[in-house]
Design a protein around this ligand. Structure first.
Ligand code: GAL
Length: 417
């Protein structure tokens, strides 16, 4: 009798200690989601991790496109104190794998049947040497053009321009109406975002792949790339003088509040429109960037897991991985983020028309070859080459560099190591 009672008491004590430890364990997550829509989405991840019984230590580093975040991450890894997980994408995952600092999260992936839930092109990116080291949250489409419906209407622009000639016609009308034509932030990654949509619209899918994925020297320096830079030079004339250094979400705000007509930006911009209570099709319009309707530049956000020594920390890490792949989470996260779910089994209800178009286009382009990785968002080439490309494009945007000089500089950048 007495023995039984003692056992019961100790079991209760053990259970409460276990609960305390579970509560004490926390995951530290590095991300760069600090704008309105992004912060809402990050908050959803925090919530679901908390529901699973783990604390959340926020390691947010402001700076669109994540350059500042990557610098902060490198410093922490070198100091031997890597966070639990960090927002890293594309070929960079392989670069981190080679450093020998990542965690194997196959346990979560096998239990959650990730191989079945993810397209193969995605699961391959998430694995290093055949083992899962990262969990994907979404699919962003980069080749979007956003517009303020009222600004276009006032200027007499009745449809979203489907090619660059139509775009420049619309641009002239908007300019005459007194509004700014293009809201842009002069930061290298934003310059690169516009550049890749122009290259895709001017040259088409095969050119894009040859030039920006395979880095074929003839495509990098040929007439189509020259035309791409000529188009970019024309685009420059419709951007305001204060664009230098402007954050992307501030540029989106200029479209939201009717200061500007258009923005070329990935669909995280939709997160800003949504956070401001704007309705697609009514307050704002979305269309593929001119000439890119049959293509889809993909950008998949993922969290890479870093090796942990402590058993509790490892458990927390697996819980985080499970949370990211949870279908309920993928729905609510992507509704706020502007992206679409990356896994199967997430209901389409509540997604708006822009998201549904993204889903349809992802489906069709993955069948007809129009699905291409975004170079500007670290999905196409290694980070050294992508950085060197961005430098060339930024220089072109901020100087009187000629298209001829720019293509030669690109070909040189393609050899960066
Ligand atoms: C992208 C990232 C998005 C969004 C954007 C602006 O590279 O994939 O999730 O955060 O940058 O920061």
């Amino acid at each position: 009798m007495k023995l039984k009672k003692t056992v019961q008491v100790s079991l209760a004590a053990l259970a409460s200690i276990a609960a305390m430890t579970a509560q004490a364990a926390e995951v530290e997550v590095l991300h760069y989601w600090t704008s309105g829509g992004e912060a809402k989405s990050a908050g959803q991840l925090k919530e679901i991790v908390k529901e699973a019984g783990y604390g959340w230590k926020d390691f947010a580093v402001a700076g669109g496109g994540g350059e500042n975040a990557m610098t902060a991450l490198k410093a922490r890894v070198i100091a031997g104190s890597a966070p639990t997980a960090a927002q890293i994408k594309g070929p960079s995952i392989q670069e981190w794998g080679k450093e020998g600092v990542l965690a194997n999260i196959d346990e979560a992936a096998i239990a959650g049947k990730w191989d079945e839930a993810l397209p193969k092109v995605v699961s391959n990116i998430m694995k290093y040497q055949g083992h899962y080291v990262a969990a994907p949250v979404n699919v962003h489409r980069v080749n979007w053009m956003w517009a303020n419906a009222e600004v276009l209407k006032k200027a007499g622009v009745n449809t979203m321009p489907a090619n660059w000639d139509a775009f420049f016609d619309a641009a002239e009308k908007i300019k005459k109406s007194g509004a700014l034509v293009i809201a842009h932030g002069g930061q290298p990654w934003q310059d690169a975002t516009v550049f890749e949509s122009v290259a895709l619209g001017i040259g088409g899918v095969d050119f894009y792949k040859k030039a920006l994925v395979q880095l074929d020297p003839a495509s990098l320096t040929g007439p189509t790339m020259i035309k791409t830079f000529e188009t970019l030079a024309k685009i420059k004339t419709y951007i305001d003088k204060d664009a230098a250094g402007r954050d992307w979400n501030l540029a989106t705000a200029m479209v939201i509040n009717g200061k500007a007509g258009f923005q070329f930006m990935g669909d995280w911009a939709k997160g800003e429109f949504a956070a401001a209570g704007k309705v697609p099709g009514k307050d704002y319009l979305c269309a593929a960037a001119p000439g890119t309707d049959k293509a889809f530049t993909f950008n998949i956000d993922s969290f890479v897991m870093f090796a942990q020594k402590d058993a509790d920390a490892k458990k927390g890490q697996l819980a985080l991985a499970n949370a990211i792949m949870n279908p309920k989470f993928q729905a609510i996260f992507n509704l706020n983020k502007g992206s679409i779910p990356v896994r199967t089994g997430v209901p389409k209800t509540r997604f708006d028309d822009c998201a549904l178009k993204s889903m349809d286009d992802l489906d069709s382009t993955s069948k007809n070859g129009g699905l291409v990785p975004s170079f500007a968002h670290g999905m196409a080439i290694d980070s050294a080459k992508a950085g060197a490309f961005q430098d060339v494009i930024a220089k072109f945007m901020n100087s009187s560099m000629t298209p001829q000089a720019a293509v030669q500089a690109l070909a040189k950048a393609a050899k960066a190591k």
